[in-house]
Design a protein around this ligand. Structure first.
Ligand code: TYD
Ligand code: MG
Length: 465
């Protein structure tokens, strides 16, 4: 007699599991987010192990820490910015999730990447569940990706949402090095409850595809849309199942796109890749500072250049501040784009308490140009410089860049990688660097690159001067 399938309910927002349906998730409090999913009636015993055949648990095979360990092989993707974020390329048998808002450029990025991979001789399969083959061909034509004979020979395209079909073809031809699934939210597996995009479908489809990648050794790239609502399961559902999670970010009004690793089992997570979305697809930006500063206009009060660091790469950015008299009776506005508003409030408080600069009754708008988000406290000094400049109406020197953390007593604290920041400033033609006073041995004192003058600051009061 067929056993009735056992089901459970999973919240699409927080992944909490409940035995019964409810209108509201008791854990995160969201409404209408519980979704039914089928689970197997009998728990499966994991395969393998010495005693597995007899139905007894097997004994663990343990080993020493100092044994042989070979670093994973890498597949160069032909896109330097992507390689950088992955940690020098894709690892065979690994799974990468590329997440991002709809329309940000994920399909474009992966189409360009698969073509580059094919061009350098790798067999690649690109499966789209979102677009018809014609659409992909037209896009490839527009991006002039369809002229290279090697690409045409090595790259296979398919339009499908059926994971069973995909699995069958993958098992038939085993030479493929990289498989791209665009997107995991369109995939569907028979026998699993829910429509494509539901938590149960997304998880089961990903599980099946990941199993194939691990057993056959191809690198799998899953594209996933980030969703605000619970109707589609977001990439967060998959984050723990994959080896690396990359987010493709940017403002659709801006041309810059930043690829950032949120998780990476094979490399660092603080590297970023910078691209520009153009008429001819995504262009890699090997030197982002020049681009981020391209539209800077000197001699305007309220702007300062910050010498920042993203992973191992120095990035110069412009910080802009606009002050205006408070509108209305309530608290003054603090509108911050690309930085932390709590940090801005702290700098404002320190400027008032230690330097007598009163901005409490002013609305403050702060913007980091280029659409980048800064996560470093090292930006404090540049923000303070922009605030002081806006308050006094005096523009900062256009050939000066700033970095340094500000403490509560107004002291300016050292930040990592002074040398890298200074080198980038010199490269871009800056003449003066305002940086924290060097504390420590004289031999570790940062050396000024040719053409750059260093001005060390100990306290915010020095900056006011
Ligand atoms: P797409 O890769 O389809 O986004 P996603 O897969 O993340 O949903 O990119 C869609 C946007 O990119 C679209 O709005 C148009 C823009 N775009 C360009 O500006 N130039 C181009 O060459 C291409 C291919 C797309
Ligand atoms: Mg797409």
């Amino acid at each position: 007699m067929a056993r009735k399938p056992i089901t459970r309910f999973v919240c699409t927002q927080c992944q909490a599991v409940f035995p019964k349906w409810n209108g509201r998730c008791d854990v995160c409090g969201e409404w209408n987010t519980l979704e039914e999913e089928t689970i197997s009636a009998t728990p499966n015993r994991p395969q393998g192990g010495a005693g597995a055949a007899a139905g007894r648990p097997g004994r663990l095979i343990t080993t020493r820490l100092d044994g042989k360990a070979t670093p994973p092989a890498r597949i160069e993707t032909g896109m330097a910015e992507l390689n950088r974020v992955l940690g020098s390329g894709l690892v065979p048998g690994s799974v990468v999730l590329v997440g991002g808002d709809p329309g940000i450029g994920k399909s474009t990025l992966m189409l360009q990447t698969t073509c580059a991979l094919a061009r350098s001789g790798h067999d690649v399969l690109y499966v789209s569940g979102e677009e018809a083959i014609d659409q992909i061909r037209l896009r490839a034509r527009r991006l002039e990706l369809d002229g290279d004979p090697k690409t045409l020979e090595r790259l296979e395209l398919a339009a499908s949402i059926n994971v069973a079909d995909i699995a069958a073809s993958l098992e038939e031809v085993k030479s493929r090095k990289v498989v791209v699934i665009d997107s995991i939210q369109t995939m569907w597996l028979e026998g699993v409850s829910g429509a494509p995009g539901s938590v149960s479908q997304v998880r089961s489809c990903a599980f099946e595809l990941i199993r194939l990648a691990k057993t056959q050794g191809f690198a799998l790239v899953l594209i996933g849309h980030v969703t605000k609502e619970g109707a589609l399961a977001g990439p967060r559902v998959l984050e723990h199942m994959v080896d690396a999670v990359l987010y493709f970010e940017g403002d659709r009004g801006h041309q810059f796109r930043i690829l950032r690793a949120a998780k990476n089992r094979f490399g660092a997570t603080d590297e970023i890749g910078v691209f520009a979305m153009t008429d001819a697809g995504l262009r890699e930006v090997p030197n982002p500072s020049a681009l981020f500063l391209a539209e800077r206009r000197g001699n305007i009060a309220g702007s300062a250049v910050f010498a920042g660091l993203e992973g191992t790469r120095p990035v110069l950015l412009e910080i802009q501040v606009l002050l205006s008299a408070k509108s209305g009776d309530g608290a003054a506005r603090r509108a911050v784009l690309g930085w932390d508003s709590a940090r801005l409030n702290m700098i404002l408080a320190v400027l008032e308490a230690r330097c007598g600069l009163k901005l409490a009754s002013m609305d403050v708008h702060l913007n980091v140009t280029g659409g980048l988000r800064i996560n470093e406290p090292a930006a404090d000094l540049a923000v303070a410089a922009a605030l002081i400049s806006a308050a006094t109406g005096q523009p900062t020197d256009p050939n000066t860049a700033y970095f340094g953390e500000i403490g509560l007593s107004g002291e300016i604290r050292q930040v990592p990688q002074t040398g890298l920041r200074l080198k980038e400033m010199a490269k871009l033609g800056f003449r003066t660097a305002l940086l924290p006073r060097h504390v420590g041995s004289a031999s570790a004192r940062p050396k000024a690159p040719a053409g750059l003058q260093l001005e060390e600051l100990g306290h915010l009061a020095d900056l006011m001067k």
